[in-house]
Design a binder for this molecule. Structure first.
Ligand code: ADP
Length: 236
């Protein structure tokens, strides 16, 4: 059974529908990119998958042993988050809080998990530094380490490369690709459709036309060809 099975999902605010007719599945090990025009509802979909918003209609079933608190989330960064006055270690450890209940301290096991996640993301040497003093790329690595503290099953990433320069962007895409190859299931919102068809196994395109399929099916679809060529990424 799939981690996520989405049927006839309709999204929006105050019963005003922003996107509808969404049908897709996410299997363990998949790398799903969610693409579409600005304002088409990609971030709203992430929040709905996380149960932070109720859907207007349809259903989201989770399965294959996945628990709701095993979905890691890397939200789109706001200016306030970029300025967060905590150390890298504290930011990463805060990813462990889902399992903490009312306990006001971290266990040895949680500290070990945080150290391992920082190591994996190449930010262990920055552990004592203040988060807000880091570069944008370093901050994203720290947030990835934070999300990995919560889970290694599935990560939802909302525009993880926005505002980063091309070199740092490529490094981050590689890192996310490696995590996927290690078995972490990825759902990533991206405005960069070229990167989406390069890295993802599956594409969900939302907007007036909805598409879900493998990246090759997307490349060969009418909507995929149109969207790629609009963005100057026409496929040969
Ligand atoms: P995308 O991520 O594809 O750019 P969003 O999911 O952020 O799109 O937004 C989809 C639409 O929902 C936009 O028209 C946006 O203005 C609207 N929207 C976003 N957040 C809210 C909110 N809290 N209340 C009402 N409308 C919202």
């Amino acid at each position: 059974m799939a981690y996520l099975t989405v049927r006839d999902l309709s999204l929006g605010y105050d019963s005003h529908e922003i996107a509808g007719g969404l049908n897709f599945t996410v299997e363990p090990g998949d790398y799903l990119c969610v693409v579409g025009e600005n304002g088409s509802g990609k971030t709203t979909l992430m929040k709905t998958l996380l149960h932070l918003r109720a859907p207007i209609g349809g259903e989201i079933r989770i399965g294959d042993g996945l628990l709701p608190n095993e979905i890691g989330y890397l939200p789109q960064q706001t200016v306030v988050q970029k300025d967060f006055p905590a150390s890298v270690r504290e930011v990463v450890l805060s990813g462990c809080t889902a399992g903490m209940g009312l306990r006001p301290f971290f266990t040895k096991e949680e500290k070990r998990r945080a150290a391992e996640a920082m190591e994996r993301m190449g930010v262990a040497a920055l552990a004592g530094r203040c988060y807000r003093d880091l570069s944008g790329g370093q901050q994203q690595r720290v947030l990835l380490a934070r999300a990995l503290c919560a889970t290694r099953k599935i990560l939802l990433l909302d525009e993880p490369v926005s505002g980063l320069d091309p070199v740092v962007t490529a490094e981050l895409y590689e890192l996310i690709g490696e995590l996927n190859r290690e078995g972490v299931t990825i759902i990533m919102v991206s405005h960069d459709v070229a990167a989406a068809v390069r890295y993802a196994s599956h594409i969900l395109h939302i907007g007036e036309t909805v598409f879900f399929g493998t990246r090759d099916e997307y490349r060969n679809s009418a909507i995929g060809r149109r969207f790629l060529s609009q963005r100057g990424e026409a496929e040969p």
